[in-house]
Design a protein. Structure first.
Length: 351
């Protein structure tokens, strides 16, 4: 259970099932082509601390032109309890239909005057209501921040914010709101890098919880926007240690809740192959880094006391011992969105 006092919670560690974890052997080499089983979730006790995702991107220098106004513009619909039948000679906000019966307001075409915005917003809400629209999405840029209180007064709610803008929403029908909630997860990666001398690449962080002081741990970090999991793992290792690596597979991932900013957290544990050995640390974040003998690494008392970390390290060792295999990244195109993306799955499907 989650506890506010000690930040202790039960999380799920997702991994492939395997019959047993072998004793570390110096004779077996890493192999990623053997058959393995499916995926399961094992609830394990984790002690953690709170740690460290746009709807529409439009240039802030863009100008609202006639061709923009004419493109599939529907002068949408939602009603505020403050809206009475407005004068028909008022203009309407420039907006276009989304795929779900709602409307998306063009932020670059919002009136610069707060008074004008208030009047046109009311007129637009009335019009969109008559047309049977459902959800309204309103993006307000930083330089338009004085319009936010007006939208809130008309019944809009905060959805999410990013540097440079805030997004608000309004639900018209007299029924439960069906608009998706804002981003709920942060995504991180951890990297298990082991060389031919059975040494693991480990770091000591400058900023860490008191109970982790002195711990040699795997490089970890959050992925950037639009960054692939495997690319994020490779980048984090390079940034923290200066070591070049190549992605091999996702070994397991942990799902925890109510961490930083009360958001859920996904951490993907990745196996990486070292391509270099020289270490150059990021002195802003990392106190020290080194290649540590595997037996010495797994013998740290902290891992013995933390059930989830111990399981994660056991899985890493099992992968190195060729007794366990995770998921490789395979680039495929989907008809749903017409874009290339990565599907992570076990290679046995190819055989």
């Amino acid at each position: 259970m989650y506890s506010v006092n000690n930040r202790s919670l039960v999380s799920g560690l997702y991994c492939n099932c395997w019959s047993s974890i072998p004793i570390v052997s110096s004779t077996r080499k890493l192999n990623f082509s053997e058959l393995n089983r499916g995926i399961s979730c094992k609830p394990l006790l984790l002690t953690t601390t709170s740690g460290r995702q746009s709807l529409f991107h439009v240039s802030s220098n863009a100008i609202c032109k006639e061709d923009l106004i004419s493109k599939t513009i529907s002068k949408a619909s939602v009603v505020s309890p403050n809206v009475s039948s407005p004068s028909t000679n008022l203009g309407l906000l420039v907006a276009y239909d989304d795929e779900y019966g709602g409307v998306i307001i063009e932020p670059e075409c919002l009136p610069s005057s707060a008074n004008a915005f208030a009047s046109i917003l009311q007129a637009s809400l009335f019009d969109w209501t008559l047309k049977g629209k459902k959800g309204v999405w309103l993006k307000i840029l930083t330089e338009q921040a004085d319009l936010v209180p007006i939208a809130i007064k008309e019944g809009f709610s905060y959805h999410h914010a990013e540097p440079g803008y805030v997004v608000l929403t309004y639900w018209i029908p007299d029924e439960p709101c069906m608009l998706p909630e804002g981003p709920s997860h942060q995504i991180g990666v951890g990297a298990f890098v082991i060389n031919e001398r059975r040494e693991v690449l480990v770091v000591k962080e400058k900023q860490c919880p008191c109970r982790c002081i002195g711990l040699w741990k795997l490089p970890t970090g959050y992925i950037n926007k639009s960054e692939e999991l495997f690319a994020g793992a490779v980048r984090e290792v390079k940034e923290e240690t200066g070591v070049d690596t190549a992605f091999a597979e996702v070994i397991a991932f942990r799902h925890a809740h109510r961490l930083a900013f009360e958001k859920s957290d996904l951490l993907f544990l990745c196996m990486l192959k070292p391509l270099s050995s020289a270490i150059v640390i990021d002195e802003k974040e990392i106190q020290a880094a080194k290649w540590m003998p595997l037996k010495e690494f797994v013998a740290q008392p902290f891992f013995e006391e933390d059930h989830m970390l111990k399981m994660a390290i056991d899985i890493c060792v099992a992968t190195y011992e060729n007794s366990y295999h995770g998921f490789t990244a395979n680039q495929l195109i989907s008809k749903f969105d017409g874009q290339l993306s990565h599907l992570y799955y076990n290679e046995w499907m190819k055989r």
